[in-house]
Design a protein. Structure first.
Length: 185
């Protein structure tokens, strides 16, 4: 929104509220309101706005996914899981929801399910840096070092800045581990 881009938060909120006064059932305005509050780190208010968007348009997978991620950020794993599962029920190819499900499953200790969710993201976005990085870490945790190295190298090719340095170090560590395990005893 133009007002937000200019740093005029009061003006942005005024326009959003004016839009809601004109049409209180226009769910997209609630998504904008949620984005506004999220950008202000007012997560409870953002959740209320996204919840209203979901109520007004219960077929919008994106709205469920956004709300689910917000709940994840707030530490409400049960709600985060519920909303992201609903999002992929409505749109099985929604990468955002699969990415968040990967985080949720990891937090719950369900590593293999976390791997599957990250792989689903890569089906739609084969160059997704975050999914490759997450898979590298997940596969390492599972002891699947070759798979870990493959995804770490893919992430490294996509990385920039400090991520690149950290991933190069991780790739070197994995290569050293693989050399040790492959060496004859």
């Amino acid at each position: 929104m133009v007002y937000m881009a200019r740093g005029d938060n009061d003006g942005a909120l005024e326009k959003i509220n004016r839009s809601l006064a004109l049409d209180p059932k226009f769910y997209s305005t609630y998504l904008i309101l949620g984005n506004f509050y999220a950008s202000q780190s007012k997560l409870d208010e953002a959740a209320q706005a996204y919840q209203k968007a979901v109520e007004l348009n219960p077929e919008d997978a994106e709205a469920y996914s956004i709300l689910g991620y917000l709940y994840f950020e707030q530490g409400n794993i049960t709600e985060a899981l519920e909303y992201n599962l609903k999002a992929v029920e409505l749109n099985p190819g929604l990468a955002r929801a699969h990415s968040t499900l990967g985080l949720i499953y990891y937090r719950l200790g369900r590593i293999e399910e976390a791997v599957q969710e990250n792989l689903k993201v890569l089906q739609s976005y084969p160059n997704d840096f975050i999914s490759h990085r997450n898979l590298a870490l997940l596969y390492q945790q599972m002891g699947q070092l070759k798979d870990s190295l493959n995804h770490a190298q893919a992430a490294l090719a996509l990385a920039s800045g400090s991520d690149k340095d950290a991933l190069q170090s991780f790739v070197n560590q994995l290569q050293a581990q693989l050399t040790v395990t492959a060496a004859p005893q």
